[in-house]
Design a protein around this ligand. Structure first.
Ligand SMILES: Nc1ncnc2c1ncn2[C@@H]1O[C@H](COP(=O)(O)OP(=O)(O)O)[C@@H](O)[C@H]1O
Ligand SMILES: Cc1ncc(COP(=O)(O)O)c(N)n1
Length: 275
């Protein structure tokens, strides 16, 4: 008798002691989407809704141990990366990814926390471009991250489109350029699929300062869906709906840029995707 395995998904990222971003946001999202979530911790942060007070990278040997523990026991069907700290840690993660089969990889190229604290050293950018992105099934940069990766300003719709094309050339199958940082009435993200199909995903922009961990939540929702075997197009759509609901029904915790609500009901109150 064969038993269907429960969908299993892993985040390879940094922790957020404040619970709104990083590994904690990813695990909450996996849970909400009914995928069994695991974590490979690359760095620790002392963080809250006011900012990042300190960070501490995990020794690479211990990252290897975490990869080995998971690969030995679980049938992981999708993975995502978040905060990777520096070049040494990006290389360590890539070397491990070469040895395991964790399914499609979503790369959220986390660089700077919304409060301004660097979560990735500059020396890692080239390694992300040349060594990590060729492994990626999907990459989900926000506008400042897209700019760093392509090397030119990405602020207009045309530049977002061009950046997606240029990122695909680095070996990624699918690209989403997130427009959360635009000052438009809509929260619009540009999607370029492997097939060349492209489109905008738009929702009403919610007026709030509670956007801590939006990118992590969006990408981990997509990874959870991929682990369930959902198509990339549907997974992206569900991710956008999920983040919209999570921002809309914000929580009341902390004194600064609060987290999103990972248990927000995806029911009537969620804004429709406009396009
Ligand atoms: N105020 C907002 N209202 C609605 N959606 C938003 C808002 N801010 C961000 N988003 C959406 O959240 C997702 C994450 O985007 P973004 O905030 O740009 O990522 P990051 O956290 O990596 O900077 C995107 O789908 C974006 O459109
Ligand atoms: C460990 C970790 N990973 C990612 C983010 C990005 O989240 P945000 O851009 O909302 O600050 C963060 N602040 N901390």
């Amino acid at each position: 008798m064969t038993i269907n395995q429960t969908p299993q998904v892993v985040t390879i990222a940094g922790t957020d002691s404040g619970g709104g971003a990083g590994v904690q946001a990813d695990l909450k999202t996996f849970q909400a989407r009914k995928a069994f979530g695991m974590s490979i911790v690359v760095a620790l942060t002392a963080q809250n809704t006011l900012g990042v007070q300190n960070s501490f990278p995990v020794p690479c040997d211990f990252i290897n141990d975490q990869f080995n523990s998971l690969a030995e026991d679980f049938k992981i069907k999708a993975a995502k990366t978040g905060m990777l700290a520096d070049r040494e840690h990006v290389e360590c993660v890539v070397e491990n990814l070469k040895k395991v089969d964790f399914g499609p990889l979503v790369v959220d190229p986390v660089m700077i926390a919304k409060g301004g604290h660097a979560l990735l050293k500059e020396d890692a950018i080239e390694t992300i471009k040349t060594k990590l992105l060729p492994f990626a099934f999907l990459v989900t940069p926000n506008l400042p991250e897209a700019e760093v990766l392509v090397g030119y300003p990405v602020t207009t719709e045309e530049e977002m489109k061009q950046a997606a094309v240029d990122l695909q050339k680095l070996g990624v199958n699918h690209v989403i350029i997130k427009g959360g940082h635009l000052e438009t009435k809509e929260a619009k993200d540009y999607v370029l699929l492997e097939t060349g199909e492209d489109y905008w995903l738009k929702t009403k922009r919610i007026k709030t300062i509670k956007t801590h961990g939006t990118g992590d939540t969006f990408s981990s929702c997509i990874a959870a869906e991929l682990a369930k075997g959902t198509s990339i197009k549907e997974a992206i759509y569900i991710g956008k709906q999920f983040i919209q609901g999570a921002i809309e029904e914000g929580l009341f915790v902390g004194h600064g840029h609060g987290p999103t609500n990972h248990w927000a009901e995806l029911s009537e109150s969620v804004e429709e995707i406009i396009e």
